[in-house]
Design a protein around this ligand. Structure first.
Ligand SMILES: Nc1ncnc2c1ncn2[C@@H]1O[C@H](COP(=O)(O)OP(=O)(O)OP(=O)(O)O)[C@@H](O)[C@H]1O
Ligand SMILES: [Mg+2]
Length: 326
């Protein structure tokens, strides 16, 4: 991977002491390595904006190389904040973020453009250059990172083929459908084959059928070994793809499942509490001795292998007690 190599041996030891515990994603995805340095490592990250809004609140999670991860959560829950912290457009107000083992705090402003070459970014609104053709939009991404003409001639047609745009080379963005424009944006983000691809609501402006094509493309990119992080409100897509799901609520991580749904299944008790607007309860702890024993057994399962029903990951204390946002 082209991302900066890990330097800090103390951190390496810390990572080795806490190997990822989740089940692997579906077999067709390159198996995320369990022992290597995580591509993304958030440790108790806090982001408070100047106006006092909470972007992230003690968020801890890590993503292994080759994983495909959905970030879900209601509007304002902190998904874009994570993306913007990762590209160093924002600085955290607490905690630490490492990408491929490199603490982002160590990267000076001057080095940020070099760091960003390792990360492809796709946005909801495509952000294409309106006065350039498809070919030039993609070529431009290589030019600004110092790609030679030879490089451009070799790589651009390749990536346009991969993204299904070979017949649209000479079109301008306003001569493309929304789905095609997003393909161009993905081609541009991936032309350098970055080891990490971030997509912030990539299907937010697209109809369901077109969205499937875009997700397939991201999936194909993931299969080449690139780690993919997708923030989305697209229930259907998340439910169909059954990949790892990290859910945020008011800046906190409230769920992390290896093969999750958009919204996690609620127990009847949680559903009732949500209807009554009660504060969340600890499931089954109040009740009969049997219920207490069952809860204790469940705790042991969480502590023991990090998986409840083979899928749920252990996250911060809020995991089992905070209902998913309605
Ligand atoms: N530049 C900013 N200044 C002040 N507050 C901000 C800023 N950007 C985000 N916030 C606040 O931080 C919180 C998290 O915002 P964020 O954009 O990360 O949410 P999100 O999950 O991406 O939401 P959406 O699904 O609507 O895109 C919100 O309360 C938001 O109002
Ligand atoms: Mg957002």
């Amino acid at each position: 991977m082209a991302l900066p190599a890990r330097k800090n041996s103390a951190r390496r030891r810390a990572t080795a002491a806490h190997p990822p515990k989740h089940a692997e994603a579906a077999a067709s995805t390159p198996a995320p390595s369990r022992r290597s340095t995580p591509v993304i490592d958030f440790k108790a990250v806090e982001k408070r904006y100047d106006v006092g809004a909470i972007g992230l609140d003690q968020a801890s999670f890590s993503v292994q190389r080759g994983e495909f991860v959905f970030l879900v959560g209601s509007t304002g829950s902190g998904k874009s904040t994570i993306m913007r912290l990762l590209i160093k457009e924002l600085e955290p107000t607490g905690g630490s973020i490492a990408v491929a083992g490199r603490d982002l705090e160590e990267i000076t402003r001057r080095r940020v453009p070099y760091y960003r070459r390792n990360i492809g970014v796709v946005f909801q609104d495509f952000k294409l250059l309106p006065n350039r053709t498809v070919y030039d939009n993609v070529a431009y991404a290589l030019q600004v990172t110092g790609g030679s003409r030879k490089d451009i001639r070799a790589k651009v047609p390749d990536i346009l083929r991969l993204t299904g745009l070979s017949t649209k080379l000479h079109n301008y963005p306003d001569q493309l459908s929304g789905g095609e424009q997003q393909r161009v944006a993905i081609a541009r983000a991936f032309v350098n084959h970055p080891p990490l691809l971030l997509a912030d609501e990539p299907t937010g402006n697209l109809d369901p059928e077109t969205s499937i094509g875009i997700m397939q493309l991201l999936y194909r990119i993931n299969k080449t070994g690139t780690t993919v992080l997708v923030a989305t409100h697209d229930h259907q897509m998340v439910n169909k793809m059954r990949r790892r799901v990290i859910e945020l609520s008011r800046g906190r991580i409230v769920r992390d499942e290896a093969t999750g749904l958009y919204a996690r299944d609620e127990s009847t008790r949680e559903f009732a509490a949500r209807l009554r607007n009660d504060p969340p309860q600890t499931p089954d702890v109040v009740g009969t001795p049997d219920a207490i024993r069952a809860a204790a057994a469940r705790e042991r399962r969480i502590d023991g292998d990090g998986a409840v029903g083979g899928e749920r990951r252990p996250v911060q204390a809020a995991t089992t007690t905070t209902p998913a946002d309605a």
